[in-house]
Design a binder for this molecule. Structure first.
Ligand SMILES: [Zn+2]
Length: 426
């Protein structure tokens, strides 16, 4: 039976049952849920809080692994749905598992594929916009079409591949099998993420299903771990997902249910507005054991989410919007976002962000990147992805340091006031 272990600095990291996996809280911010720690995985340690780099299809779009390391990327999150379709979880397994297959050789996560089954898994023949909208996390639009094409039942979901329209099925058990094959260090339990705008009766029904799926995910997970253990393979952790939309009673109930399953960590699911973190996320975190790591699933691209998430006890984040926006020309700076394609930058020979230490800002000007976009040159996508991903990874690293130094609240207030050009009130 896998046991989750919390290590102090002096104790050994490895345990008999879950070798090389554990979470160690090293610093706590007084009078707050914020903390800094170390997540130990078979592929290395992760300093938390951390922004996990999006590697949906076993690649960080437009960046090499060396470039990801150059921006201090510590871990990569790939997607089970995408990898089961292409190249197939069995191919990733044959390639030595996700970390080796993509030659990253560092810590990796997978999400369960549930969100994409409900959103992308219905986009076939709906045109590219359906896919693009889903990738932006536009659950409202995705939900509208999923009602027609993704068929959900008590035990799983029937859906169609967005690539070729073939009929497929995903269940809690198959999601677990696929994730163990893909071989990331941390897996997420299969869940349904209902639109926060859905009727309360639907949210209740969906939550009951998510809980049953989490229970089945854990049973299957334990079964597969026994098989792997006998074969001498390393542990892969399972984090359960808390849902419950914006309803306090359901959030708390969900957190208690998932916590009772004795999973290794938690994903807080939902589609959050910044103002919901002090409520929906906080309700869940209050009910969860303090000593296990927590991931914010479904954060938007709001810079303030990173501060609020840490403040309310989140340890790990991911969001693909930052690189996608970069590829579209939108760049983050300490004083807000700019669109580098705008004509005003044609003769601006300063860096994207004069305070930024990334490769792009150390070597290139806005005028040059503006030119690359105008000329449809691929280097534009790499330079902007490098910059935006560095921006967000580095910001979470600074937030982490402010928790350690005890300066979190001052840093949050001054940073967000400058970024939004007015005092920040969620
Ligand atoms: Zn930069």
């Amino acid at each position: 039976m896998p046991q989750n272990h919390i290590m102090t600095k002096d104790k050994q990291i490895t345990t008999k049952d879950t070798p090389n996996y554990g979470f160690d809280i090293t610093h706590k911010l007084p009078n707050s849920l914020a903390r800094a720690g170390v997540l130990h995985t078979p592929h290395g340690d992760i300093q938390t809080p951390v922004f996990i780099v999006g590697g949906t299809k076993a690649t960080v779009k437009t960046l090499t692994n060396d470039q990801v390391r150059s921006i201090n990327g510590q871990a990569i999150l790939a997607n089970t749905y995408h990898l089961m379709l292409r190249p197939g979880a069995d191919i990733v397994e044959q390639g030595g598992g996700l970390a080796k297959f993509m030659n990253w050789n560092g810590p990796t996560f997978t999400d369960s594929g549930g969100f994409q089954v409900f959103s992308l898994g219905v986009a076939y023949k709906k045109g590219i916009n359906a896919v693009a909208n889903s990738e932006q996390g536009d659950a409202g639009k995705a939900k509208a079409s999923s009602d027609q094409l993704a068929k959900i039942d008590e035990f799983g979901v029937n859906f169609r591949s967005h690539i070729d329209g073939s009929a497929l099925r995903m269940t809690p058990e198959s999601s677990m099998r696929l994730q163990w094959q893909i071989g990331a260090d941390v897996h997420m339990a299969f869940d349904e993420c209902p639109s926060p705008l859905a009727e309360e009766s639907y949210i209740r029904e969906s939550l009951a299903r998510t809980h049953e799926w989490a229970r089945l995910s854990k049973i299957e997970h334990d079964k597969i771990w026994q098989e792997h253990q006998q074969a001498g393979k390393p542990y892969q952790a399972l984090w359960g997902v808390v849902q419950g939309a914006r309803i306090e009673e359901l959030r708390r109930e969900s957190a208690r249910f998932i916590s009772d399953l004795d999973v290794d960590g938690f994903g807080i699911g939902g589609i959050f507005e910044p103002a919901e973190i002090p409520t929906a996320v906080n309700w869940a975190v209050q009910e969860l054991p303090e000593d296990k790591p927590k991931h914010l699933l479904g954060m938007g691209n709001q810079i303030s989410d990173l501060f609020l998430g840490v403040e309310y006890g989140i340890d790990t984040f991911d969001c693909i919007a930052f690189t996608r926006q970069g590829r579209n020309g939108s760049c983050y700076t300490a004083t807000g976002r700019i669109n580098i394609k705008n004509t005003q930058f044609k003769t601006d020979f300063t860096p994207l962000d004069p305070e930024c230490a990334c490769y792009t800002c150390q070597n290139h000007t806005k005028a040059y990147i503006n030119h690359l976009f105008k000329a449809d040159e691929l280097l534009a996508l790499t330079l902007n992805s490098l910059h935006n991903e560095f921006f967000v990874v580095n910001l979470v690293d600074r937030i982490r340091q402010s928790v350690i130094d005890g300066t979190f609240y001052d840093f949050k207030a001054s940073y967000l006031e400058r970024y939004f050009k007015k005092p920040f009130n969620p």
